[in-house]
Write a protein that binds this ligand. Structure first.
Ligand SMILES: *[C@@H]1O[C@H](CO)[C@@H](O)[C@H](O)[C@H]1NC(C)=O
Ligand SMILES: *[C@@H]1O[C@H](CO)[C@@H](O)[C@H](O)[C@H]1NC(C)=O
Ligand SMILES: *[C@@H]1O[C@H](CO)[C@@H](O)[C@H](O)[C@H]1NC(C)=O
Ligand SMILES: *[C@@H]1O[C@H](CO)[C@@H](O)[C@H](O)[C@H]1NC(C)=O
Ligand SMILES: *[C@@H]1O[C@H](CO)[C@@H](O)[C@H](O)[C@H]1NC(C)=O
Ligand SMILES: *[C@@H]1O[C@H](CO)[C@@H](O)[C@H](O)[C@H]1NC(C)=O
Ligand SMILES: *[C@@H]1O[C@H](CO)[C@@H](O)[C@H](O)[C@H]1NC(C)=O
Length: 426
């Protein structure tokens, strides 16, 4: 008995060593592995990119990837003077942003909401820019749009009751009397710059899809997110860590789309144009995955998943509902989920990954304050305008441009809703 109770320094020392080793392996090893980036010599990383954000297609999640990359490499962003929209429903116009040559800069990244106009975008973006966008199953998209922006209130109709009303009237309203003049049927075609006047002209839709296909280097598919991210990494010649994505601006949704089949069919019919667009790019993505190699893709997805999960554990303590203050500032939904930084918070990479669109946009505008004259305290609206009144203000041009153009007869305002109430996300 005595012998057993006697302290044995060597044994204890060994136990402590083993414990420490195990602990450090568990605690640090996976994280440190994460930061090693692979070297690619065969291609040169691309820095010029246009990402067309589409509503309710997980585009905030992808946008964060471009924010991070441009921020880390000190690239120049095309930014709106305030908040997060470049026009819309007005198509993009170069007058909406500062002329970069006045600031001895050239633009590298356009990743904010706008309505696509290739001619105008080409005026400000370098010739070798990569064009990327994302599509989603139109049924899911429309159900999500309807719920997120509370279209049931604006149009006084629950989707469940769609079969009880005149489909023609509903189609007319959600095509031409769009909410905030932005939101309604065939949302992807609308964001891509297609005119609602031609939604029912299937030949025109088909030609437009053909045209879109010729412009965009990659059209991601929300239902195939991981494969899309791997293809993006490949296209941009970036690392895995560059395309890690946490789900941004997701709603804590209990009422996922479980509409009756009859209603689903009606919704698909109403979004025929988007359905054609989606099917085209879904098949195209499948072709590209085959070209890439299905086995290679499967392996790369596993690696991407592994790293995403490591970063998630390292950066995020938990997900939680958005704060009241943020709801007010962003004019967004109260059941949007945000990330609470883990104790490793303060790590710049983590901050970038969990930063929300509006905050991040403010930060980027501040980095480009030579162009935007913002002051650090700032954030919303009025204060982010140029402070230097003696300078011929760009804002004047922009304002005139807006007031001039907003008489656009093709896109009547929704009479039901105040356009200022909710114009922010996804
Ligand atoms: C970006 O700019 C910051 C601040 O000027 C600088 O510290 C950093 O090294 C720059 N990063 C790159 C990749 O140029
Ligand atoms: C403009 O930028 C280039 C390199 O980015 C630099 O060589 C040049 O001196 C700059 N010109 C002015 C007027 O700042
Ligand atoms: C796109 O821009 C070009 C050039 O400014 C203009 O001619 C054209 O009408 C624009 N398209 C739309 C749909 O606004
Ligand atoms: C687009 O249309 C042109 C002819 O106008 C045709 O040659 C081309 O193959 C089409 N592209 C696609 C992707 O359908
Ligand atoms: C999501 O909502 C459920 C039920 O309302 C709630 O219990 C849960 O905590 C919420 N999760 C987050 C991350 O907000
Ligand atoms: C984030 O933390 C990791 C691990 O501690 C470190 O290697 C990395 O440099 C940090 N990144 C930044 C941008 O600070
Ligand atoms: C305001 O703009 C004018 C003209 O560009 C310039 O001369 C002046 O230094 C600027 N003042 C400040 C405070 O930036």
């Amino acid at each position: 008995m005595d012998r057993l109770l006697k302290p044995r320094p060597f044994l204890i020392f060994c136990l402590i060593c083993v414990f420490c080793l195990l602990w450090s392996t568990v605690r640090f090893a996976p994280v440190s592995v994460t930061w090693v980036s692979e070297k690619k010599s065969s291609c040169k990383p691309r820095v010029n990119v246009v990402f067309l954000k589409t509503h309710k297609c997980a585009s905030s999640t992808i946008q964060n990837i471009f924010f991070r990359y441009g921020d880390a490499h000190n690239l120049t962003f095309v930014l709106p003077y305030e908040r997060n929209y470049l026009g819309h429903p007005l198509p993009f116009n170069h007058k909406m942003i500062p002329d970069p040559s006045r600031f001895n800069r050239t633009y590298n990244i356009l990743a904010h909401h706008t309505r696509f106009n290739q001619t105008e975008i080409k005026k400000v973006m370098p010739e070798d820019s990569i064009y990327v966008t994302i599509v989603r199953d139109p049924l899911e998209l429309f159900a999500s749009l309807y719920s997120y922006y509370e279209l049931d209130k604006a149009y006084k109709l629950k989707l469940e009751n769609l079969h009880r009303v005149s489909l023609k009237t509903f189609e007319y309203k959600l095509t031409f009397k769009r909410l905030f003049r932005k939101l309604g049927l065939n949302q992807m075609l609308f964001d891509l710059g297609f005119s609602p006047n031609s939604f029912r002209n299937l030949k025109a839709v088909s030609d437009f899809i053909n045209y879109t296909d010729s412009v965009f280097d990659l059209v991601m598919v929300a239902e195939r997110m991981e494969a899309s991210l791997v293809l993006l990494k490949d296209l941009m010649c970036w690392d895995y860590n560059d395309v890690i994505a946490f789900r941004h601006n997701a709603r804590n949704d209990t009422n996922k789309n479980n509409l009756p089949p009859k209603i689903q069919t009606l919704i698909r019919h109403l979004n025929t144009g988007d359905e054609m667009l989606y099917q085209h790019f879904k098949h195209k993505l499948e072709d590209r995955i085959r070209e890439f190699g299905e086995d290679k893709m499967a392996k790369e997805i596993i690696e991407l998943r592994r790293r995403t999960s490591l970063f998630y554990k390292f950066c995020v303590k938990k997900e939680m509902p958005i704060s009241k203050a943020q709801v007010l500032k962003e004019k967004t939904h109260s059941n949007v989920i945000t990330f609470l930084a883990s104790d490793s918070g303060g790590n710049e990479t983590c901050n970038r990954m969990i930063n929300r669109e509006l905050e991040y946009t403010d930060k980027l505008r501040f980095k480009q304050r030579d162009m935007y004259h913002v002051v650090k305290k700032k954030t919303t609206s009025k204060k982010s305008r140029p402070l230097n009144r003696t300078q011929p203000s760009k804002i004047t041009v922009e304002k005139n441009y807006h007031s001039h153009q907003s008489n656009d007869k093709n896109i009547p305002a929704s009479s039901a809703v105040d356009p200022k109430t909710r114009n922010v996300h996804l």
